[in-house]
Design a protein around this ligand. Structure first.
Ligand SMILES: [Zn+2]
Ligand SMILES: [Zn+2]
Length: 168
């Protein structure tokens, strides 16, 4: 009898864990909150000029998700649509209208993807960044870890094949 009860208990706990988000986060003022159901497909630093300008910093710390794995109370998020002068596609910055925190970025090139910002996680130490893109446009004083994978441009070529990392 006791064994049966224990089994039931462990099944219930598993179901509860399944529904728990893997990561949670939000904007600076707390109006925007989100839940992520799994770890990101990739976590990266992006050193392109768009990310430098849009974040006001040396590089963006981004996490690539499938849209279906992001749950966002984005009813009142504002969107700024930037059209790249290089490739002509749009990059959409979605931010909190109250505090201005960029919560997520979507792109015309990867419509199925949603880029979440590592710094908005409740526990940003839960994710490690060991891949960097657009190092060609990066600040010269930024250095990379020995084991990091660093790309001069995007990690994917324009035809979608994997790019070759730089030796840094
Ligand atoms: Zn806010
Ligand atoms: Zn970028």
């Amino acid at each position: 009898m006791l064994e049966v009860n224990q089994t039931k208990c462990s099944v219930a706990r598993k179901a509860w864990r399944k529904n728990m988000p893997k990561h949670t986060g939000g904007c600076l003022c707390g109006k925007v909150r989100f839940e992520l159901s799994n770890d990101p497909e990739v976590a990266y630093g992006c050193h392109c000029r768009f990310c430098q300008k849009a974040t006001g910093t040396a590089f963006r710390s981004g996490m690539r998700y499938k849209k279906g794995n992001v749950s966002l109370n984005h009813a009142d998020l504002k969107t700024y649509i930037y059209t790249s002068p290089e490739h002509g596609r749009s990059l959409n910055v979605h931010f909190c209208p109250s505090c201005g925190t960029t919560v997520t970025v979507t792109t015309e090139r990867f419509p199925e993807a949603q880029v979440m910002m590592l710094g908005t996680l409740d526990d940003p130490s839960s994710i490690t960044v060991d891949m960097h893109m657009f190092a060609d446009e990066g600040m010269k004083w930024v250095s990379f870890g020995e084991d990091d994978t660093v790309y001069g441009k995007h990690r994917l070529n324009s035809d979608g094949t994997p790019a070759t990392p730089l030796n840094v």
